[in-house]
Design a protein around this ligand. Structure first.
Ligand code: SF4
Length: 692
């Protein structure tokens, strides 16, 4: 509850919600947090904020917070509160026992994108050095792993190319599969400012998002494509650029490679606007006009979200956008680039910190002997050169009986991952599920040990936002649980026979900097002095790098990759004639663990299903009716809201509430390169729950 009154002190810290990474002054009266004031010198927000950062912090003191470690009683199945030593020794003993009986690879863990870089780093270090395997993954698996893959293949590094300020120099803005107004509100305000100044807007999205038509803003083109056909559209845009001679020959010649093969591929008739109109439903003339605008309208910048990545061709689409930027020379200066709008506050950081089963911190492959040697020398343990299990592989192996224990840090996989039935089966099959979280979430229903975590108000460390900006997170209050999360992880590792001792998170960052060339110039001292820095921050760029790939790409030359369109397996059928796609709303956040425990819950207390009036009429559905939503893997029910934002044949919902559970119906389909789930395309049927 926020009480009015004059604060007596303040602490500058970083929002714990989205990847914009706004800075705030947390104002306190005594030990009580009175209000969050957007910080005028915040590099990402410059004094702005949205409702979540400003008002939705009450979850940190919500009565649902669990403050004591707990172990589930084997006989009664009830939680028993225990002290920290008991909980930590129990986890370590059970992990070692399971390894003895099932092999070193039978255990693993998932890092959180809600925790600090330092907390993520120690979890992946515990898994690699104490567990002795590479079975570590992160929630980016289910959101932006295709960004990591696609941008690394084409540009050489797994991150967005610009800083947010750069949008002020853009003349043409492509928003693809993103809804910044709801998902990244403070960045959306920057973008809208530029659009009101006259920049042109192209939206590529099956849904008519607010940006398409909002006060003083009208998209020049809204390419309202059929869900699952992004790659066909981006190929058509590149086809027009190439065949009409609108490309930047000098940039391509000097800065890129593999152009000729790609040019032959992209000019094929199947990539022509006329052919792509058949696939996507977007008129060929609209495709041509949008391509001409992007190629000739001045600085052109791409901003994209999960509507790009959460597809069976998510990685292909990321590479398709990179091709488009390279062929038009829209990379390496302000106002251009390929920019993922990353979801969680520290999803960029969790990836940077080596949370992938194939990559050590700094995106270096585990099979690279020289890199591994550096880590082995610092960590004092031999490391495996084979990649470990991704999250979906862990689930499959658990069902098969070969993966027996998991450490889950701040991630509600039972609610957030697709094909709920399969996830439940996997969690139910494991011998040991350890959950480190603020709340007894859906995953904790399957847990054997619960380790209470800390909110962002109790943390000391760093978050990295979508523009690679490393922000300080400073403690506003002492940990309510009596221990920091990094301390808990270090103590588990130590109890397993691998000491990890740090006195303060700054020492963890020093170790990260010593091991990771892109972070070698980062320290708490520098962050406190400069406010924030964008990586790479090293000898070559001691104050960080706002714009990447300026003189050359990180991989040397930018690489054109051929991106053939392959239709998703998920098609509408007679039984499941509609396509479901998903998104978020401004006042809630992801699975809602935080926002559902704040005043925001009163604003949007349920997930609803948007149904086109035509689809509703043929099913006898009226606005507000309760409907069933079913796919081939599961069924749920929720309230229908009639809306023509979606085209006929497409329905839309959010996934903020466990009761309605959109992921009950999403399937096992996933991106070919990264296994990122295809949340955005599910064939469904919709009908009245109580026929009239
Ligand atoms: Fe927090 Fe994102 Fe809102 Fe900024 S835009 S206040 S980071 S939720």
């Amino acid at each position: 509850v926020v009480q009015l009154g004059m604060p007596s002190r303040s602490v500058i810290t970083t929002c714990a919600y989205c990847g914009v990474g706004c800075s705030f002054k947390a104002e306190l009266r005594g030990d009580e947090l009175v209000r969050m004031v957007p910080y005028k010198d915040g590099g990402a927000n410059e004094g702005h904020s949205c409702v979540k950062g400003r008002f939705a912090f009450g979850y940190a003191t919500h009565p649902d917070r669990q403050l004591s470690p707990m172990v589930r009683d084997k006989i009664t199945d009830e939680w028993q509160k225990v002290d920290w030593d008991t909980a930590i020794n129990y986890v370590a003993t059970r992990m070692l026992d399971i390894q003895t009986r099932h092999g070193v690879g039978a255990i693993g863990g998932i890092t959180s994108s809600r925790t600090t870089n330092e907390e993520v780093y120690v979890v992946q270090k515990m898994i690699r050095a104490a567990f002795g395997n590479n079975n570590v993954d992160t929630c980016a698996r289910v959101c932006h792993s295709p960004t990591g893959y696609g941008l690394k293949q084409t540009f050489g590094t797994s991150a967005g190319t610009q800083d947010f300020r750069s949008v002020a120099q853009a003349d043409v803005i492509l928003v693809i599969g993103a809804n910044p107004t709801d998902g990244h509100p403070v960045f959306a305000s920057r973008m809208k400012r530029r659009l009101r100044e006259g920049a042109k807007l192209v939206v590529i999205d099956p849904r008519r998002i607010d940006l398409v038509r909002s006060p003083h803003i009208e998209a020049t083109h809204h390419l309202q494509l059929a869900p699952g056909t992004n790659v066909a559209v981006v190929n058509a845009l590149a086809h027009v650029v190439l065949t009409e001679g609108l490309y930047d020959r000098a940039f391509v010649d000097e800065r890129c490679e593999d152009f000729d093969g790609w040019a032959e591929f992209i000019s094929r008739p199947e990539n022509s606007p006329e052919a792509v109109e058949e696939i996507t439903g977007v008129p060929a003339e609209e495709l041509r006009a949008a391509a001409r605008l992007y190629a000739t309208g001045g600085n052109a910048a791409i901003y994209y979200g999960l509507g790009v990545t959460e597809h069976s061709q998510g990685s292909t689409m990321v590479m398709g956008m990179a091709n488009l930027a390279m062929v038009t020379g829209n990379i390496g200066r302000e106002g251009v680039g390929v920019n993922p709008l990353r979801g969680q506050n520290n999803v960029q950081g969790s990836c940077d910190m080596g949370s992938f089963p194939h990559e050590l911190p700094g995106y270096r492959h585990v099979s690279d002997d020289a890199v591994r040697t550096v880590f082995e020398n610092m960590w004092g343990r031999p490391l495996l050169s084979e990649p470990g299990l991704r999250i979906p592989n862990m689930f499959d192996a658990a069902v098969e009986g070969t993966f027996r224990a998991i450490f889950v840090q701040g991630e509600d996989i039972a609610q957030s991952d697709p094909n709920t039935k399969h996830v439940f089966a996997a969690l139910g099959a494991m011998e040991l599920v350890v959950v480190q979280d603020l709340f007894l979430n859906e995953t904790a229903k399957f847990a054997h040990v619960f380790l209470p975590g800390t909110s962002f108000l109790e943390k000391d460390g760093t978050f990295t936002n979508a523009e690679r900006r490393i922000n300080r997170v400073r403690p506003v209050m002492a940990p309510k649980t009596g221990k920091h999360e990094w301390q808990i992880v270090c103590e588990i590792a130590e109890a397993m026979g691998y000491p990890m001792s740090y006195q303060h998170p700054r020492e963890i960052m020093d170790e990260i900097a010593a091991l990771t060339p892109t972070f070698s110039g980062v320290s708490f001292e520098k962050l406190d002095k400069l406010g924030s820095v964008q990586w790479p921050c090293n000898e070559a760029a001691p104050e960080g790098t706002p714009t990447m790939h300026v003189d050359g790409f990180v991989r040397g030359k930018g690489r054109f990759v051929q991106t053939p369109f392959v239709p998703t397996r998920e098609r509408s059928t007679r039984k499941y004639p509609l396509i479901l796609t998903t998104g978020r709303i401004l006042s809630q956040y992801n699975v809602g663990a935080q926002t559902r425990r704040t005043a925001n819950v009163a604003w949007h207390s349920e997930d609803v299903l948007e149904v086109h009036p035509h689809d509703a009429e043929v099913r006898g559905i009226s606005d507000g009716d309760e409907v069933t939503l079913a796919s081939r893997v599961g069924a749920t029910s929720l309230r229908a809201v009639l809306s023509d934002r979606m085209p006929v044949g497409v329905v839309y919902t959010t996934f903020h509430h466990p009761v309605t559970g959109a992921n009950v119906v999403t399937t096992e389909n996933s991106d070919w390169a990264t296994n990122c789930p295809e949340y955005k395309v599910t064939a469904v049927q919709v009908g009245l729950k109580h026929p009239k």
